[in-house]
Every structure is written in C-alpha cells, then in structure tokens.
Write a protein that binds this ligand. Structure first.
Ligand SMILES: [Cu+2]
Length: 157
C-alpha cells in the first residue's frame, strides 16, 4: 500500500468518525423525547358509555390510548373516526357488517386508530400520531352500542 492510498484511507476513516459523531449529536435533540400522551379510558361499569367520554391531545403528538373494558359481560371496542356523525354512523354500520370475526372493526379510510374488541375485564391499547387540530368522534362499534350512546370526543389542540 503506497502512502497516497494510506492517507486517503485515513481521511475516509476520519470522515466516517465525524459523521457518526454528528448523527449521535443530532438524535439527542429529537422532538419525541417524553412528548407522548397517555390517555386512559374505560366504560361506565355495565352502562353502554365510555368513561371519560372526552379525551384530549396535541396535534402531531404520539398518543397512546389504553382502553379497559370495565364491564363484566359486555364486549366493547374503541374506534377513533375522522369526520362527523355521518362518518361515525357509516363506520358503525360497516362494523356490524364486518362481524365479530373482525372485532366489528371495518376497513374504512376514516378510521384513525382502534383498540380491538375486548371481552369483559380485558384491556387493550393503540398508539397513533394525534391528527390535525379539531374534534374527533370515538365509538364502540359492537352492534347497538353506538346507537345507545357509546361514543365520545377526542379534542386535538
Ligand atoms: Cu360497546
């Protein structure tokens, strides 16, 4: 190996070391650190209601929803929808059509996030990036529950 090649290799090694240092430095300043929202929700006992029925988050924030089915006997899920009552009703109808094998959760472009169908006493969770500022409906798509009032609002600021 001649001197010219050797010095070139040293330069490459040095550049690599500097690049690694630079990467390490910038990742420490990430916006993700400790910025997530942990949102806990349950049901109002055996009632077909979420408790609380209002959640809030900040746009773009990583949100984790942990849903505990507080009922002993009823199955429930948690589905967050983009849009208004019409979109929520459509998702509810599609959920019923999807059936229990799908956890009553359909494939619909307006679904932002969901927690699977839970048996009584079970807990499930979902993580997602909070959408743009606005008001979003969440509902349980187990047949008959949304119509009975099993819904709530996620307010994104
Ligand atoms: Cu339900």
């Amino acid at each position: 190996m001649n001197l010219k090649v050797r010095s070139w290799l040293s330069a490459v090694a040095l550049a690599s070391a500097l690049a690694l240092t630079a990467c390490g430095g910038s990742s420490g300043g990430g916006t993700e650190a400790g910025g997530g929202a942990n949102l806990n929700i349950s049901t109002a006992g055996e009632a077909l209601q979420f408790a609380p029925a209002a959640l809030s988050a900040t746009a773009g924030q990583q949100a984790k929803v942990t849903f505990k089915n507080g009922s002993a006997a009823q199955k429930h899920n948690w589905v967050l929808v983009k849009g208004g009552d019409a979109e929520a009703q459509k998702v509810d109808d599609e959920g019923a059509a999807a059936g229990e094998a799908a956890g009553y959760i359909p494939t619909d472009p307006n679904i932002i996030a969901s927690v699977k169908l839970l048996n009584g006493g079970e807990t499930g969770s979902t993580s997602f990036a909070a959408p743009a500022a606005g008001s979003y409906i969440f509902l349980c798509t187990f047949p008959g529950h949304y119509v009975a009032g099993m819904k709530g609002t996620l307010t994104v600021k």
